[in-house]
Design a protein around this ligand. Structure first.
Ligand SMILES: [Zn+2]
Length: 64
């Protein structure tokens, strides 16, 4: 299993190349909610597990 890093705000960082189909925290398998984090300056897509709320920061910038 790939290394998972969890920051102070609970965001989990995981390399995109490792794939992300299942929540590593609770095992939920049916996909993720999407939100956008603008707190770091550049808007970034964050995936959120709909079951346990774990956040996944995929280093995935977006223009809004
Ligand atoms: Zn979960």
């Amino acid at each position: 299993m790939a290394t998972v890093n969890i920051s102070r705000d609970g965001t989990v960082t995981r390399p995109m190349s490792s794939g992300l189909e299942v929540c590593v925290n609770c095992g939920y398998k049916r996909g993720f909610h999407v939100t956008i984090n603008t707190g770091t300056g550049k808007p970034m897509i964050i995936l959120v597990c709909p079951d346990c709320g774990t956040k996944y920061d995929l280093d995935w910038p977006v223009n809004i």
